[in-house]
Design a protein around this ligand. Structure first.
Ligand SMILES: [Fe+2]
Ligand SMILES: [Fe+2]
Length: 240
């Protein structure tokens, strides 16, 4: 089924320079996407302060937003209701990107166009409906762990308000997509990317399915790296 992308989705594709590529994207990739790391690819640096944390959140939102655009574009989500659902989530992500860029203003440290995909990693996550929805769950759960984990370090109350307004929506996203996969609405301990042994104790006095554990930015970066979809090197005190 061929359905129309929303204007927000179209904008995201344009930002990533992918819109005109259409389905050819998966077979013929432009040089920028295949480029070797380091050469012409911006390193993303995150400082251990409010600005660094919000830019870090922005990176996660950019990834989510781009992922849903590509998921819709892949043609692998064929059920109309499911397509609409994924599109609605994707629109939320595009809104989160715009919102965080507005909140950050001139403190934004990277542009959407600075981000680079890994084609083989993308092909793997976009392979079929199941890989797409499983990746969506991973991204959404990671978002929840990330906002909760970094939120405790935010000093500016306005930033904290912004983060709190988003994290609850991310939690609904993960519950919704989990529902599409007939999985429980909250993570099983065995599903968590960070095991009990590796959780930072002072961040996690409460653990288990009724709670959302708090991950450090460094742990979040490890999870994002394992998805193998982003090529930009990442560094800075926040993720050290
Ligand atoms: Fe989001
Ligand atoms: Fe989300």
């Amino acid at each position: 089924m061929k359905r129309k992308l929303s204007s927000a989705s179209r904008r995201t594709l344009l930002k990533w320079g992918l819109f005109s590529l259409g389905t050819a994207f998966f077979t013929t990739l432009p040089g920028a996407i295949n480029a070797m790391p380091g050469k012409g690819i911006k390193t993303l640096t995150f400082n251990a302060d409010d600005i660094g944390i919000l830019n870090f959140a922005l990176l996660l939102e950019e990834l989510e937003s781009a992922f849903y655009v590509l998921a819709l574009k892949s043609g692998k989500i064929s059920d109309p209701k499911e397509y609409d659902y994924v599109q609605a989530i994707g629109n939320h992500e595009a809104t989160h990107v715009t919102f965080l860029r507005q909140v950050l203003g001139s403190n934004v440290t990277f542009h959407t166009n600075d981000l680079r995909f890994n084609s083989s990693g993308l092909n793997a996550v976009l392979k079929n409906r199941r890989t797409i929805l499983k990746t969506a769950v991973s991204l959404e759960d990671t978002g929840v762990h990330a906002y909760n984990g970094a939120g405790t370090s935010l000093k500016n109350p306005t930033y904290l308000l912004a983060a709190g307004s988003i994290v609850s929506v991310e939690a609904r996203h993960t519950a919704g997509v989990r529902g599409l996969l007939n999985r429980p609405s909250t993570e099983l301990d065995s599903e968590r990317a960070v095991s009990d042994a590796d959780l930072v104790p002072q961040l996690n006095p409460f653990k288990g399915r009724p709670y959302d554990e708090l991950y450090t930015p460094k742990q979040i970066i490890a999870i994002v790296s394992s998805l193998n979809i982003l090529r930009n090197p990442i560094n800075g005190p926040l993720v050290a």
